[in-house]
Design a protein around this ligand. Structure first.
Ligand code: ATP
Ligand code: MG
Length: 255
């Protein structure tokens, strides 16, 4: 399998905190690759580096052979990485389809000036955006809620809406930061099915999650972070039986 994402010796500090320290790994196309570890281990920081929210102090990140180490968020989105957030980032003053469309506009955009000059192209683009947004809502089972105000949705649906927004931009890699947090058992099972169908559709998935049964059941490989360092990288079986991982995290997460 070829590597879609290559992270080479990446470090990131915040003041005196070493949020990530010399992290190296690669993710293959088609994988469900999970990152687990205690609170503050550096999981969200890694997603922030992969999406240009922050830059690495050291090291490099290659995506699809493009060096994205210093690229900006919208450039990375255009190259095909999308994400969801640990703390939902939904525009509550917009309805569902408007929320989803915001991601498509970063992917294909004529820009204001050319937009004024070439109205026909803008209209064509608007049609594509509408189509992509509806397809994404359909994918997550929310087509009928396209016009529903997002501030009326229960939490579980807001999480799905955020995933729809990421999917609408046609990523080849999606980063999901705690998609099952705050969900009940039924919603968690539905989320599992959704993640599996995203994977089956050909999109590579990186998952940060504290729900260990979900992680162990759907991941191809797992990286365990602890205090910004990689404690273990392996299959679910390898990770689950590692004494250091059990001591640092799994004992506590399972208990
Ligand atoms: N913007 C920031 N400014 C200062 N410190 C930060 C910032 N972002 C993260 N950190 C610090 O970096 C470390 C890693 O944080 P991070 O959010 O990546 O952890 P996490 O593994 O996602 O934890 P959790 O499971 O609680 O979400 C923590 O010590 C955190 O306080
Ligand atoms: Mg986090």
């Amino acid at each position: 399998m070829s590597a879609l994402l290559e992270v080479n010796s990446v470090s990131r500090r915040f003041g005196g905190v070493e949020a990530l320290k010399d992290i190296t790994f690669s993710v293959h196309g088609g994988e469900i690759f999970s990152i687990i570890g205690p609170n503050g281990a550096g999981k969200t920081t890694l997603f922030n580096l992969l999406t240009g929210v922050f830059y690495a102090d050291e090291g490099s990140i290659l995506f699809n052979s493009h060096d994205i180490t210093r690229k900006r968020t919208f450039e990375i989105a255009r190259l095909g990485i999308q994400r969801t957030f640990q703390n939902l980032q939904i525009f509550l003053n917009m309805n569902c389809i408007e929320n989803v469309k915001t991601a498509c506009h970063t992917r294909i955009s004529s820009g204001m000036i050319s937009g004024c000059l070439r109205l026909k192209k803008v209209i064509q683009e608007e049609r594509i955006v509408e189509k992509w947004a509806m397809e994404a809502l359909d994918f997550v089972g929310m087509k009928d809620l396209a016009l529903a105000p997002s501030d009326t949705l229960p939490y579980g649906l807001l999480k799905r809406l955020e995933i729809a927004r990421a999917l609408a931009a046609k990523p080849s890699l999606i980063l999901l930061d705690e998609p099952a947090a705050g969900l009940n058992d039924t919603e968690t099972l539905e989320m599992r099915h959704l993640i599996e169908s995203i994977s089956r559709s050909g999109i590579t998935v990186m998952l940060v999650e504290h729900n260990m049964s979900l992680v162990m059941e759907i991941s191809h490989r797992i990286m365990v972070l602890n205090y910004g360092q990689c404690l273990k990288l392996g299959t679910p079986t390898e990770v689950q039986k590692d004494p250091e991982v059990i001591a640092a995290y799994l004992g506590e997460a399972a208990g």
